[in-house]
Ligand binder design. Structure first.
Ligand SMILES: N[C@@H](CCC(=O)N[C@@H](CS)C(=O)NCC(=O)O)C(=O)O
Length: 214
C-alpha cells in the first residue's frame, strides 16, 4: 500500500494513526502542500480535489485509489479488522463517528491552506476565522466527548474519534488556540500520545518532516 500525504496534514496523520494501530506497513509518498504539489500533475490527476491523503494499492491486477481520510479508515477497518477502531455497540459506534465528524466536517475544512487563502483573497480576517471555527468546534467536542470518554474518547480503546482528535489539537496549537477550556480533550490526547502507534504517526517522525520554526 502507498499513502500519499504531507507530514503536517492532519487528515494524512489520521490515516497514519489507523495504519499504525492496525500494524499495517506501507510506503509513504510525500506531496508538498506548501509548494502546491497537490495542484500539479502527476498528483492532481490522482485526486481531483487536490488534497491529501490518498491511499493506493494493487488488487486483482488493477490499481485502486481512495481519498478522504474517514473513507480510507473505513476501508482499513473492513480489510484489517483487528484491533477495531469502532465499538461494536450501535449507539457507541454512531457516537464515535459523531465525534470524528465534529472534527472532520466542523473544524478541519475551515483551516486548510486553500480555504485560508480564499478568506484572505476576499479581504477577510483569516486568523479570526480560524479562531471562530476552532473554538466553536472544540467547545462542542469537549462536551460531547465528556459524555462517552473513558481513557480515550469513547471508552478505553482508541477509535476513529481519537485518530481525528490528536491531529486537530496539534493544528489548534499551531493556530494559537487556547486549549485550557478543553481538559477532557487534552487528557485524552496525552493518553493517545503514550501509545507507540500514535508516536510513530506523529508529523515529526515522517520522512518529509521539516523542523523549521512553526
Ligand atoms: N475531508 C478530507 C479533507 C482533505 C484535506 O482537506 N486535506 C488537506 C490537508 S489536511 C489538504 O490537502 N489541503 C490542500 C490545500 O488546502 O491546498 C479528508 O478527510 O481527507
Amino acid at each position: 500500500m502507498k499513502l500519499y500525504g504531507y507530514w503536517r496534514s492532519g487528515c494524512t496523520w489520521r490515516v497514519r494513526i489507523a495504519l499504525a494501530l492496525k500494524g499495517v506497513t506501507y510506503e509513504y509518498q510525500p506531496v508538498h502542500l506548501l509548494k502546491g504539489e497537490q495542484h500539479e500533475d502527476p498528483y492532481r490527476s490522482l485526486n481531483l480535489l487536490e488534497s491529501v491523503p490518498l491511499l493506493e494499492w494493487h488488487e486483482g491486477g488493477a490499481i485502486r485509489r481512495l481519498a478522504q481520510s474517514l473513507a480510507i479508515i473505513d476501508f482499513l477497518e473492513q480489510r484489517f479488522p483487528s484491533p477495531p477502531l469502532l465499538p461494536s455497540d450501535p449507539w457507541l459506534r454512531a457516537r464515535t463517528r459523531q465525534l470524528a465528524e465534529i472534527v472532520n466536517s466542523g473544524i478541519q475544512p475551515f483551516q486548510t491552506p486553500f480555504v485560508l487563502g480564499q478568506v484572505k483573497a476576499v479581504g477577510g480576517d483569516d486568523k479570526g476565522w480560524v479562531q471562530l471555527f476552532h473554538t466553536r468546534g472544540l467547545t462542542a467536542l469537549e462536551e460531547e466527548t465528556s459524555r462517552t470518554a473513558g481513557r480515550f474518547s469513547v471508552g478505553d480503546a482508541p477509535s476513529i474519534a481519537d485518530c481525528c482528535l490528536v491531529p486537530q489539537l496539534y493544528a489548534s496549537r499551531r493556530f494559537k488556540v487556547d486549549l485550557t477550556p478543553y481538559p477532557t480533550l487534552t487528557r485524552i490526547e496525552a493518553a493517545c500520545e503514550a501509545l507507540p502507534a500514535f508516536q510513530a504517526a506523529h508529523p515529526d517522525r515522517q520522512p518529509d518532516a521539516e523542523h523549521a520554526p512553526r
